[in-house]
Write a protein that binds this ligand. Structure first.
Ligand code: GUN
Length: 311
């Protein structure tokens, strides 16, 4: 039996619709819309796409969103100065510095930049103050992708309380906050990673399986408990025709899309998992749209909090 597909586009639309009255109220009371500053250093192709989607979606939701660009050659000091300017800006309630930073930056640049964003404007939820609050279950700015996963599960009617959730991946952006959020939703949580022994056996214990590995089609049916809910957070741009041919029959929609574009974005989950899982969040169309919706929600929350409109 084919799994029910969890529709991230529809759930993201619902999240944005729920926010509309808050945006209108904020604009009426403050005299301007909630504002987001997005910083993009260089021209990383995937980041260009993500940033364009974020700007478009913010505009459609009634938010002000400004793109602040720096060239690939910008120094860390210039980037930190830009973050300081946005920290001091009255019209920007949220700041997001798009990752990854250029490889020419120092290895600790990302951490230093995320640390420099004012915690009140940290709509990425990655500042240590907000991560600490998340641990204690009192954060209102939480990393967007994992909070989008919880929103998708909740609004799709997938029960979480008391279920065994297995998270594959332990990054600061997805895996760790994901595990904490599922714990706060009263799941029993296991975190696996690249060094986990017998990963498939442990993954197969999950009633809910969240994969954030970045290894296309790595999670085969052997990793999935029959009837589980599977959330695919991986996104890898694949240009190798042999990989695509091995996964999608010649003539299928995905294969034809690959021929047209010369690349395909693949998740961590193998297509055959749809025959084992009861519900599946696909790539594309699953978590991606929710990441953006949660960014906009975080911006509204940050704006309301700064203006004393939240309890
Ligand atoms: N690049 C890919 N995902 C993210 C994210 O969640 N936040 C930021 N800042 N950059 C990203």
């Amino acid at each position: 039996m084919a799994a029910r597909l969890l529709d991230g586009v529809e759930v993201a639309d619902a999240v944005r619709r729920d926010m509309a009255p808050r945006v209108t109220r904020f604009a009426a009371q403050v005299g301007r819309p909630p504002g987001l500053g997005i910083v993009l250093v260089g021209q990383h192709p995937a980041s260009e796409l993500y940033v364009r989607s974020k700007l478009k979606s913010a505009g459609e939701t009634g938010l002000r969103a400004d793109l602040e660009r720096l060239p690939e050659t910008a120094s860390l000091a210039e980037l930190l100065a830009l973050v300081e300017r946005l920290n001091a800006s009255d019209v920007h309630d949220g700041i997001l510095v798009q990752s990854p930073l250029p490889a020419s930056m120092p290895s600790d640049a990302e951490r230093r930049v995320f640390d420099a964003v004012s915690p009140e404007k940290d709509v990425d939820g990655l500042h240590p103050v907000n991560v600490g609050k998340l641990v204690q279950h009192r954060a209102d700015l939480v990393a967007c992708t994992p909070s989008g996963v919880v929103e998708l599960l909740r609004r799709s009617g997938v029960p979480i309380v008391g279920r065994h959730a297995v998270v594959i991946g332990r990054s600061d952006i997805v895996g760790k906050p994901m595990a904490l959020l599922l714990l706060h939703e009263h799941a029993t949580v296991t975190v696996c990673h690249s060094k986990t022994t017998d990963l498939a056996r442990i993954a197969r214990e999950g009633d809910i399986l969240v994969t954030a590995l970045g290894r296309p089609a790595f999670v085969t049916p052997a990793f999935v408990k029959p009837g589980a809910t599977v959330i695919d957070v991986g996104t890898t741009h694949v240009t190798d025709r042999a990989v695509i041919e091995g996964l999608f029959p010649v003539g299928s929609k995905r294969f034809e899309a690959f021929l047209r574009r010369g690349s395909l974005v693949l998740g961590d989950v193998h297509p055959a998992v749809a025959e084992v899982a009861s519900a599946l969040s696909p790539v594309p169309g699953g978590v991606g749209p929710l990441t953006i919706a949660m960014l906009l929600r975080n911006t509204v929350v940050a704006a309301e909090r700064r203006r004393g409109l939240l309890p």
